[in-house]
Write a protein that binds this ligand. Structure first.
Ligand code: ADP
Length: 401
């Protein structure tokens, strides 16, 4: 079965075509600057050369049409025609409390995703645009939605509630939802498999998804019991450009002294804060380490704050589970930045965590075990694969229907 996985953003659309007979990727690509006149699709067939399609993509419908063109083109194409695609899996940010299991897309499902737009104002409309375009272009092909929030649905009330008037939860859906769920689900299951603990209800792992957005999850027996992102992906550790958790009273104070309206304030919190805001340099950790080595104190401070905050999250999740068998690092920073990995683990020696500093510097192409001698906790680097999770769910749901 060939499954197309779509991750639609507001002005971009990423895709991967899987052959689910052997779970291989046939091709992947990215449509960038949708809606602008310099839009471009970059297509990479597995084992072949990258092909650029410079074509104006007015909207997501035009982008999907161009994806089909790239997949079937003489140069770089991997299928003869679209009818070979038997199902499409869509990444959807926010499913709220009702939509947590991956599901076949119906009109009702579309309506529920739309209803949750206030909780995912940037992503849900874009995800819907991708779904609608695919349903229109290929009406007989099953479409499946996989939710970023889904894996965290198992959190107990004490972890997902905010200490606000209870009615805000019952009337307005205000609670912790968590994000990066497909990634936390994938790497926690991979860790259990690698350590021979699949199905063990006592296996306790803290997964650290560290990318442009970063989140932590406490996973016990394969089930998420807590996570660091909240109602939106703004909560938690300081991120590339997002502030993470701050005193909520700062918002009104800064709006007053800087004369900002709420939209400007939200832009500051989402786009001008985090390690970018602290360092004044950027959000890419490679640039920050170079600047820190050159003596830039604010870059060093941003990195110190990131590692300190991460160390505290991991330790608090060890407390939440009353133990910790493994820590997993994943995503752009987690997979590549050994200084961040060792920096966070420095705060965890009292919990018996030791990291092997030599192994930690090896590039992780598959599961990399960086556990140090005498460590009572396994420390693993596991490349995430959210697209594969979406393709697997899509295959399973289509097969069951
Ligand atoms: P997204 O959240 O957008 O999916 P990624 O998981 O791809 O992001 O992470 C992107 C971030 O990973 C970059 O901004 C950069 O900070 C970091 N990163 C990528 N490669 C490296 C590297 N070799 N060393 C340090 N950091 C890296």
């Amino acid at each position: 079965m060939k499954v197309l996985v779509i991750n639609a953003g507001s002005s971009s659309l990423k895709y991967q075509l899987f052959d689910m007979d052997d779970e291989s990727v046939l091709a992947k690509g990215n449509c960038e600057r949708i809606g602008a006149h310099n839009s471009v699709l970059t297509h990479k067939p597995t084992g072949g050369d990258t092909v650029e399609h410079m074509e104006y993509m007015k909207d997501h419908m035009a982008a999907i049409n161009l994806v089909f063109k790239a997949l079937t083109a003489e140069e770089g194409g991997v299928i003869k025609d679209m009818s070979e695609i038997q199902a499409v899996g869509h990444r959807v940010l926010h499913g709220g409390e009702k939509l947590y299991e991956s599901t076949m897309v119906t009109d009702d499902v579309e309506a529920t995703i739309k209803k949750h737009t206030p909780l995912g104002p940037l992503h849900n409309p874009a995800n819907l645009a991708g779904i609608r375009a695919c349903r229109q272009i290929m009406p007989h092909v099953p479409q499946v939605a996989v939710f970023d929030t889904g894996f965290h649905h198992t959190m107990p009330e004490k972890a997902f509630m905010y200490a606000l008037p209870y009615e805000y939860y019952t009337d307005h859906m205000v609670r912790r939802y968590g994000f990066h769920g497909t990634s936390h689900r994938y790497v926690s299951a991979e860790a259990a498999r690698y350590l021979g603990r699949t199905g063990d209800p006592d296996f306790k792992v803290v997964t650290c998804h560290l990318g442009n957005g970063s989140s932590f999850a406490a996973v016990k027996g394969g089930v998420c019991i807590d996570t660091s992102m909240g109602l939106t992906p703004l909560e938690g550790i300081p991120m590339g450009t997002r502030c993470g958790s701050i005193d909520p009273a700062i918002i009104e104070y800064v709006m007053g002294v800087e004369n900002l309206d709420i939209h400007e304030m939200l832009t500051v919190l989402n786009k001008k804060s985090g390690v970018l805001g602290i360092s004044g340099i950027g959000s890419d950790f490679r640039d920050l380490w170079i600047a820190a080595e050159e003596g830039n104190n604010r870059a060093k401070l941003a990195l110190d704050m990131f590692c300190y905050s991460g160390g505290k999250y991991i330790a608090s999740y060890a407390a939440a589970m009353n133990g910790m068998d493994a820590i997993v690092f994943t995503a752009g920073i987690g997979e590549n930045d050994w200084d961040v990995r060792s920096g966070m683990c420095e705060y965890l020696t009292f919990l018996g965590v030791r990291i092997n500093l030599e192994k930690n510097k090896v590039k992780a192409r598959s599961i990399l075990d960086v556990t140090g001698e005498g460590s009572t906790v396994k420390v693993l680097v596991i490349p995430t694969n959210e697209e594969l999770v979406i393709a697997r769910d899509t295959r399973d749901i289509v097969a069951a229907n």
